[in-house]
Design a protein around this ligand. Structure first.
Ligand code: SP5
Ligand code: ZN
Length: 327
């Protein structure tokens, strides 16, 4: 398993997120990466691509005006006399075209929650993350397995929205950039609503997600059991799910993905299914992750693993390394 990471991704370092009626310290902290780096063999730094090339890759999955806003939002924020991170607070629930001028309105129009602050370094980190992703994808196109330490996460970012610590959808960009029949398997605790938004109805991509039941858990409005069909399979699981029930659902997802004769597998891997995760409620143990990795590897496909959530920082590296050891 080749591992890719670019130090410039650390520049994304927002201070806070807002939920349950209060500001909380951001859960997606750069220290997550230190835990993972300590548990992996040395990583490879990606070759750097031009801004145009990186943007063209992001454009495979995302709306151009959304990307323009991500690139300039923090500068506009400062120009308004604000300090700290951009954080939207007002969101349209209709989609009429509107002439929006204030940064608060324009950022709210491209977000669905208050958990994706844009910090000074966010755009640079997203460009570096795209370098990391594309280098790992190149390795997979050559028939190897690769892990891209994508940070910030991506699976809550849709074609034209951010949310849930996610801005650019790494799994979707990789699938669409590969030009091949791709199976995307989302193993984060939370439903991969952004990935589903981008790839639903997309010929050439199948998307399966195992996640906490959205009747009880974020992101609430996507990922319900009845929301399956066509190229999408959603398998919501109750709070408290342990490895036996999880692995049974994983076997079902893998079988369904394999029916489409995919050329490659992209795994959106979040270790927030861990029993000790501070914001989640499954009961997977560190020693269980290798078995889950082996289950995915049994598909027999060149595999790209991208990083999503996982907030129990001390255990995170062991959980990620355990999963990767299954390949
Ligand atoms: C990539 C990823 O895992 N994003 C997750 C975003 C979840 N944000 C919503 C936070 C709400 C957490 N509720 C926590 C209750 C803690 N006691
Ligand atoms: Zn998550």
């Amino acid at each position: 398993m080749r591992c890719f990471w670019d130090e410039r991704q650390r520049a994304h370092d927002p201070a806070h997120e807002f939920f349950n009626g209060a500001l909380h310290p951001a859960a997606d902290v750069p220290g997550r990466i230190d835990s993972i780096l300590a548990a992996l063999p040395p990583t490879e730094a990606p070759d750097r691509r031009s801004a145009e090339e990186l943007r063209a890759a992001m454009r495979l999955a995302h709306d151009g005006e959304y990307l323009d806003l991500l690139a300039c939002a923090h500068d506009e924020w400062l120009a308004e006399g604000r300090t700290g991170d951009v954080l939207p607070y007002a969101f349209p629930v209709q989609r009429r075209p509107l002439d929006l001028q204030r940064i608060d309105a324009r950022v709210g129009a491209y977000a669905y929650d208050t958990c994706a602050p844009i910090a000074a370094g966010t755009w640079g980190a997203l460009e570096a993350g795209t370098d990391t992703l594309l280098a790992a994808l190149d390795a997979v196109q050559g028939g190897e397995h690769a892990f891209a330490l994508t940070r910030p996460p991506g699976h809550h970012a849709g074609a034209a929205f951010m949310g849930g610590y996610s801005y650019v959808n790494w799994a979707a960009v990789a699938a669409l950039a590969s030009g091949r029949q791709t199976a995307i398997l989302d193993l984060d605790y939370h439903h991969g609503n952004g990935t589903q938004d981008i790839v639903v109805w997309h010929e050439g991509v199948r998307f399966a997600s195992l996640h906490a039941d959205p009747r009880t858990d974020y992101p609430f409005f996507w990922g319900h059991a009845e929301e399956s069909g066509g190229n999408v399979l959603n398998l919501p699981l109750p709070r408290g799910t342990g490895v036996a029930a999880y692995d049974a659902a994983l076997a079902q997802a893998c079988e369904w993905l394999g029916e489409d004769a995919p050329d490659l597998l992209v795994v959106s891997f979040g270790a927030d299914t861990f029993e000790g995760d501070p914001i989640s409620h499954f009961a997977i143990r560190t020693g269980d992750y290798a078995k889950l990795g082996r289950r995915c590897a049994a598909l027999g496909l060149p595999t790209l693993v991208v990083l999503e959530g996982g907030y129990a920082v001390d255990a995170l590296g062991h959980n990620v390394a355990g999963f990767l050891s299954g390949f």
